[in-house]
Design a protein around this ligand. Structure first.
Ligand SMILES: Cc1cc2nc3c(=O)[nH]c(=O)nc-3n(C[C@H](O)[C@H](O)[C@H](O)COP(=O)(O)OP(=O)(O)OC[C@H]3O[C@@H](n4cnc5c(N)ncnc54)[C@H](O)[C@@H]3O)c2cc1C
Length: 336
């Protein structure tokens, strides 16, 4: 049996000194070894069980002080430490009151047991659940191979938009809500700095970088997520459709943020998960709501336009109808 050593990190700096690879590098450079960080450990353990990584050392960042706080301030907005669990986010009253879409996204993720273990930082950095990526037998594009096996294979759960290079989808459905809510990711860099990255710039699509789905480099650690305060009158809503109600990732999910002023729609954000390899905003659909106002026709039109770029694969055409339905329902919830 392989021996694995364990470091119980007590500070970000100690963890960073000990890390010598990212999970992405461990997978793509095909050596699978090295020292990697874990928080909740759900995905790290799965990747080990799947035989995709075999670290020599695990750096546990789960108990580093100061990463487990949720702070809300009406002027500054929300700040959630990277080690806060999904269950803690679900149960937080301020998040329920002011950032409903975020609360709904965590409440719909995984199962209660998994939400008790899963941290926000680990959730955002988990790897795709594409079954070809997760199979040791398939050297797929996201693992540094030449092809995407899903494109002409079992692709019912895969991307319907921007799926030409690789058709896997991002596993975090919480990221869909964070994208719509204009969240930023705070990252501790190896230079000892803290940088802020907008959620939309955190994701890396496969045509930019095949081997990783986010911008995290070796040793970089997410320390917090922050979301600006929402103006009065701004509502958010999140809907996830899975194959099962629990214990499953999204087939399709949507987060909508709408600012109304009387009957006028001043601002609309529509973010989709499990549609493309990374969470996306559908800006053409958003502008219909702003330009044409909210009516049965404009909402249906926005849902149609959101799917205009869809090019489903052989087995996932059904996702288009699901997306149109949940987009419409989410807009209705924020405007009624
Ligand atoms: C059956 C099942 C269903 C699920 N359904 C959903 C779902 O519907 N929606 C959803 O969003 N999620 C879902 N998940 C994912 C789950 O909720 C966890 O969020 C996820 O697996 C990883 O969280 P973790 O804290 O355990 O991370 P870990 O396993 O500890 O880490 C995951 C990755 O992130 C890196 N990492 C961890 N913390 C940090 C940090 N602070 N900074 C930088 N890198 C870090 C690790 O090195 C590793 O690469 C599901 C999981 C399972 C098993």
């Amino acid at each position: 049996m392989k021996k694995i050593s364990w470091l119980e990190a007590t500070s970000i700096e100690e963890a960073q000194r000990a890390v010598n690879t990212t999970v992405s590098d461990a997978l793509n450079k095909n050596y699978g070894k090295g020292a990697i960080i874990k928080s909740g450990g759900i995905d790290v353990l799965d990747l080990m069980k799947e035989g995709l990584i075999a670290p020599d050392r695990i750096i546990n960042i789960r108990n580093i002080p100061g990463l487990d706080q949720i702070q809300y301030d009406a002027e500054k907005g929300l700040r959630i430490g990277a080690n806060v669990t999904l269950a803690e986010i679900e149960g937080n009253k301020d998040i329920g009151s002011y950032y409903l879409a975020l609360q709904q996204s965590v409440a719909k993720a995984a199962t209660p047991q998994l939400r008790n273990m899963s941290t926000l930082g680990g959730n955002l950095a988990q790897r795709t659940r594409c079954w070809y990526f997760r199979s040791k037998e398939h050297a797929c594009f996201r693992k540094g191979g030449a092809i995407c096996f899903a494109k002409n294979g079992e692709n019912e759960y895969h991307a319907i938009i921007d799926n030409g290079t690789c058709s896997s989808v991002y596993a975090s459905s919480v990221a869909t809500a964070l994208l719509a809510l204009d969240a930023s990711v705070e990252i501790a860099t190896m230079k000892g700095e803290r940088k802020q990255v907008k959620m939309g710039e955190f994701f890396v699509p496969p045509w930019v970088e095949e081997g990783q789905e986010n911008i995290l480099e070796q040793g970089e650690i997410i320390t917090a997520i922050s979301i600006p305060p929402l103006k009065k009158g701004v509502k958010s809503y999140y809907i996830k459709q899975g194959a099962r109600a629990s214990y499953d990732w999204a087939l399709a999910d949507v987060a909508v943020v709408v600012e109304m002023s009387g009957k006028k729609c001043k601002k609309a954000i529509i973010a989709l998960g499990a549609a493309a390899p990374i969470p996306i905003r559908v800006e053409d659909a958003e502008s219909i709501l702003v330009n044409e106002g909210i009516s049965e026709e404009s909402v249906l039109k926005a849902a149609d336009v959101a799917m205009e770029k869809a090019k489903p694969l052989e087995k996932n055409g059904y996702k288009v109808a699901i997306f149109k339905t949940i987009i419409k329902r989410a807009i209705d919830k924020t405007t009624s």
